[in-house]
Design a protein around this ligand. Structure first.
Ligand code: PLP
Length: 480
C-alpha cells in the first residue's frame, strides 16, 4: 500500500465495533446499578503489571474484556454510597451519556464557532445567576478549583499592577500581599507561587468558627501598606476542606471594599450551599459580592471528573489577564473562525476539551432543585453523623458540624497520640474492608476521622452503618 493511502484508524468492521460497544455500555450500566456492591479495592500487583502497554495490538473484543474486568473494578471507589473520604464527587448516570456524546463529537472549546461553545456559555450563565453575579460577568470551565484559583489571582494581579505586568513581570513593583484565614486551601499557595508573588507574602490569620477575625486581617493590611507593600487580594473560604466551615463572607466583602482589595472566594464545594435549604443556604450569603468565585462541579454537583469553574465579576479584567491572539488564531466575521469571544482568551489553555456537556446534561435532566435536594440531604446526613458520634460512648466530635463535614475521634479515653494512632488505624482498616471510606485530618493536634459527605447515593442507614462500623472496630481494638 502507498504510504499516502493510509486506511485511517476507524474500525475496519463497524458491525463488530457496534456489537462490542453495546456490550461495553451494558457493562458500564451494570457497574452503575451495582454501585452499592463495589467499594474501593486495592489494585493487585498482577493487575498493575497488566497495565503495561501490550506489545501486540489487542482486538476489540479483548480490549472490551480488559476494560470491563481489569480496569473498571479498580476505581477510586467514590461511586460507593459509603465513600466519605477527602472531598470527592460521586458521579452521575447522566455523565455516562454526555461523555459518550462528547467523545463522539471531539470538540475543541478553545474557540471558533460550534455548538458546545454556546453550551459552555449557558452553563456559565447559569452559575453566574446562581451565585448572584451580574450578567456582564465572565467565566470559564477549568480542570478544578486549583486552576481556577490561578486564573483568579492572575486577574487580581492585573488590577493591582495593570496589564504592564504581562510584559514586565513583577520585577521592580512593590511586593504584592494576599490575606486569608488559616483554613485556606493549599491551592491558594500554589497559585501565589506560580504568579511569582511568593508565599512569604501570604498573610494567614487563625480561624474562629466564622473564619478569620476581620479586625486582625485589617491590622495586617494596614501594617503592610505602611511598610510600602501592595495589598492585592483578600481570599475567603466558603467551605473549608478540613471542617466545612464558612468565613463570614459579608464581613470579608466589607473589608475588601474598604481597602480596595480583590475579593476571591474559594467555594470549591461549599459554594453549592446556594442550592441547599436553610440553614445551610445562608452559609454562603455574601458570595454575590466577590470579584471572583472558584468552585467545582466535580465535587458537590456530583458531575464526573474533571470540572471546575472560575467566575469573574469584571469581564474586562478577566480578559486583560489572558487575551492574546497570534496571527494564526485571527478572528473571522463568518465561518468556523467566528464565534467570538473565544474561551482561550479567558484562561491558560488554548485547546480545551468539552466540560460543558456533562454539566448541561445534569442541569437539564435533574434540574437545580433535585441537585439542591441532594446537597441538603448531605448536610442533614453530616448532622445525623454528628448526633450519632455525640451519643456513642467515648466518641466525640472534633469540631461542630457546620455543613457536610463531620470530624471525630473514635475513643476519647485514650491519650492524644493513642487517639491519633487508633483513628488512623480505623480509617485504614475500614477502607481495606470496603465497609466505609473515611479519611483523616488533624484537629488541635489529634488525628481524627473525617467524613466529607458529597455523595448522592448515601442514605441515613449508610450513616448509621458507618458509625456502627467505627464503634465495632474500636471495641475490637479494646479487647484485642
Ligand atoms: C478541593 C478543594 C480545592 C482544590 O480543588 P481541585 O478541584 O481539587 O483543584 C480548593 N479549595 C477547597 C476548599 C477544596 O475543597
Amino acid at each position: 500500500m502507498d504510504k499516502e493511502n493510509h486506511p485511517g484508524l476507524d474500525p475496519q468492521d463497524w458491525d463488530e465495533y457496534r456489537a462490542q460497544a453495546h456490550a461495553l455500555l451494558d457493562a458500564c450500566i451494570d457497574r452503575l446499578t451495582e454501585a452499592r456492591e463495589h467499594p474501593w479495592v486495592p489494585v493487585p500487583p498482577e493487575i498493575q503489571a497488566g497495565y503495561a502497554i501490550p506489545s501486540a495490538p489487542l482486538p476489540l473484543d479483548t480490549l472490551r474484556e480488559t476494560l470491563v474486568s481489569q480496569v473498571m473494578p479498580y476505581s477510586t471507589g467514590n461511586t460507593h454510597p459509603r465513600f466519605f473520604g477527602w472531598v470527592h464527587g460521586t458521579g452521575l448516570a447522566t455523565g455516562l451519556l454526555s461523555e459518550m456524546v462528547a467523545a463522539t463529537m471531539n470538540s475543541n472549546l478553545g474557540g471558533r464557532d460550534h455548538g458546545l461553545n454556546y453550551m459552555e456559555r449557558e452553563v456559565i450563565a447559569w452559575a453566574r445567576d446562581t451565585f448572584g453575579f451580574p450578567k456582564t460577568a465572565s467565566g470559564l470551565l477549568v480542570a478544578g478549583t486549583s486552576q481556577a484559583t490561578v486564573i483568579a489571582m492572575a486577574a487580581a494581579r492585573i488590577r493591582a499592577l495593570g496589564t504592564e505586568v504581562r510584559k514586565k513581570g513583577i520585577h521592580g513593583t512593590p511586593p504584592l500581599t494576599i490575606y486569608s484565614g488559616a483554613a485556606a486551601h493549599n491551592a491558594l499557595r500554589k497559585a501565589i507561587e506560580l504568579l511569582g508573588i511568593g508565599t512569604d507574602h501570604l498573610r494567614l490569620v487563625p480561624d474562629g468558627e466564622n473564619g478569620p477575625d476581620p479586625k486582625e486581617l485589617e491590622r495586617l493590611i494596614l501594617a503592610d501598606k505602611a511598610n510600602g507593600l501592595m495589598p492585592m487580594a483578600l481570599v475567603a473560604t466558603a467551605g473549608s476542606v478540613d471542617l466545612g466551615r464558612f468565613d463570614n463572607l459579608n464581613a470579608m466583602a466589607d473589608l475588601a471594599a474598604k481597602h480596595g482589595l480583590w475579593l476571591h472566594i474559594d467555594g470549591a464545594f461549599g459554594a453549592w450551599t446556594r442550592l441547599a435549604d436553610e440553614p445551610w443556604r445562608s452559609l454562603s450569603n455574601g458570595i454575590e459580592r466577590a470579584d471572583s468565585v472558584a468552585c467545582d462541579f466535580h465535587k458537590w454537583m456530583y458531575v464526573p471528573y474533571d470540572c471546575g469553574l472560575i467566575l469573574i465579576r469584571d469581564e474586562a479584567e478577566h480578559r486583560a489577564a489572558f487575551a492574546a491572539r497570534p496571527s494564526y488564531l485571527a478572528a473571522q466575521d463568518q465561518g468556523l473562525g467566528g464565534g467570538e469571544p473565544w474561551f482561550c482568551d479567558y484562561g491558560i489553555d488554548l485547546s480545551r476539551g468539552n466540560r460543558a456537556l456533562k454539566i448541561w446534561s445534569a442541569l437539564a435532566h435533574y434540574g437545580s432543585e433535585r441537585l439542591g435536594a441532594a446537597i441538603t440531604a448531605n448536610c442533614a446526613q453530616a448532622a445525623l453523623m454528628g448526633k450519632l458520634v455525640s451519643t456513642t460512648p467515648d466518641m466525640a466530635l472534633a469540631a461542630p458540624v457546620v455543613s457536610n463535614l463531620c470530624s471525630f475521634s473514635a475513643d476519647t479515653t485514650l491519650s492524644v497520640p493513642g487517639q491519633s494512632e487508633l483513628n488512623t488505624r480505623i480509617a485504614m482498616d475500614l477502607q481495606m474492608s470496603g465497609e466505609v471510606v473515611f479519611s483523616t485530618t488533624v484537629v488541635n493536634g489529634t488525628t481524627v476521622l473525617r467524613a466529607a459527605i458529597t455523595n448522592h447515593r448515601t442514605t441515613a442507614e449508610d450513616i448509621r452503618l458507618a458509625i456502627r462500623a467505627v464503634e465495632r472496630a474500636r471495641n475490637e481494638k479494646r479487647t484485642a
